[in-house]
Design a protein around this ligand. Structure first.
Ligand code: HEC
Ligand code: HEC
Length: 336
């Protein structure tokens, strides 16, 4: 722990005491309660990672958890360690499989003792660029997020003390190592990336038409924006809405998400490998997803201004699906 002597503005030091108080460098005194905003992020290219074509060379990393090859290695071992689950039956990888871009192919995840959850396991690629975590954005950092599945009774079901004792590391070390490994999981260098970087032959004519629909008539880029194809914001597209069986008589939310049936925009990279889709795994195919948007999502009292009915032709829908499949590239993980 590095200590810094600084005059703090969060305290008024009374007469007679030293104006300089010693605080840990990674925990400066502030008046505000701890929140996402107090996590200091450093933006710099990391020597511990090779960033594939299409992603930002600058990955934000908390100042107190710089990326190192050692932490990435340790995190990778912990990610595959079944001792982190109460009955020793699962590891992080059980729900986040490399071949599926670290999703699991199921609508609902299966945790210890066969207990099931109600939200789809998301892909874990390019999460180092994420700003909030979980479908409802309830976690502010990867360091915070990675300890939650260990403690979730429907996932791994251990206390942090139990987990620490089992692997012989303290919870902070586990958190920093797992977060570092998750940051090392990157996907880029897809046909789409090669196309936008000047290789005109990287996308077929069909895929190029799909890209036009994605950016134009489909308005997909409003939310699936930037190198990760996510604005990291919460939106209501109506997936959680269950209209009443009597038409025109309202309905109810199956999952409130962040409050109003709003969920975080997932990445679209590697989306061909991550079926089934949406926070509840309710759509089986990309064709089904495109049809959902073509209808304008599922109308409900809190739906976002987008989506709106698109009225795409059969050819436009096929092209859009072909384009989505061109977002599969090379997945890297662990140290280079
Ligand atoms: C039983 C299945 C299961 C296990 C085991 C599991 N996860 Fe997950 N993971 C999920 C589900 C489901 C979500 C989404 C939950 C939600 O949003 O409420 C998730 C979300 C995440 C996210 C957030 C991604 C994002 O962009 O929002 C990260 C990171 C993650 N898991 C890492 C891990 C790590 C690290 C471990 C091991 C310590 C782990 N998971 C173990 C099922 C699992
Ligand atoms: C208003 C913002 C918004 C717009 C516009 C939008 N999306 Fe989405 N997209 C989301 C959100 C939010 C989710 C997750 C919804 C949920 O599960 O409740 C999602 C989920 C998806 C998924 C599922 C990914 C997965 O891993 O489960 C695909 C595929 C997708 N969108 C493609 C598209 C396409 C193609 C378009 C344009 C036709 C589009 N989206 C327009 C916000 C948007």
């Amino acid at each position: 722990m590095s200590l810094r002597s600084v005059a703090v503005i969060a305290l008024v030091i009374p007469l007679g005491l030293d104006l300089y108080i010693t605080v840990s460098a990674d925990n400066p005194l502030t008046a505000a309660p701890l929140s996402a905003a107090t996590i200091e992020l450093e933006q710099r290219p990391s020597n511990a990672l090779v960033i594939p074509l299409g992603l930002d060379l600058y990955m934000p990393v908390p100042a107190d958890n710089p990326l190192t090859a050692e932490k990435i290695d340790l995190g990778q071992r912990l990610f595959n360690d079944r001792r982190l689950s109460r009955d020793g039956s699962i590891s992080c990888q059980s729900c986040h499989e490399p071949a599926r871009a670290f999703s699991d192919g199921r609508a609902a995840p299966v945790g210890v003792f066969g207990r099931t959850g109600n939200r789809n396991s998301p892909a874990l690629i390019n999460r180092g660029y994420g700003r909030t975590f979980f479908w409802d954005g309830r976690s502010p950092s990867l360091e915070d997020q990675v300890l939650k599945p260990i403690q979730d009774p429907r996932e791994m079901d251990l206390t942090l003390d139990q987990a620490a004792a089992r692997v012989g590391l303290d919870a902070v070390t586990i958190s920093r190592a797992l977060a570092s490994y998750v940051r090392s999981i990157l996907s880029g260098d897809s046909p789409y990336d090669r196309f936008v970087n000047g290789d005109r032959s990287a996308l077929s004519a069909d895929e190029q038409r799909g890209l036009q629909v994605f950016r134009g008539k489909g308005d997909c880029e409003v939310c699936h924006a930037g190198p990760t194809f996510s604005d990291e914001e919460l939106h209501n597209t109506g997936i959680a809405w269950r209209p009443s069986t009597r038409s025109g008589q309202g309905g109810a939310l199956a999952d409130r998400g962040a409050g109003q049936g709003n969920f975080k925009t997932p990445t679209l990279r590697e989306v061909a490998r991550t079926a089934p889709y949406m926070h509840d795994g309710s759509l089986q195919t990309l064709e089904g997803v495109v049809d959902f948007y073509d209808r304008g999502g599922r109308p409900n009292p809190n739906i976002d201004p987008e989506p709106h009915p698109l009225r795409l032709s059969v050819e436009e829908k096929q092209a859009l699906v072909a384009f989505l499949k061109s977002l599969s590239g090379t997945i890297r993980e662990g140290r280079p």
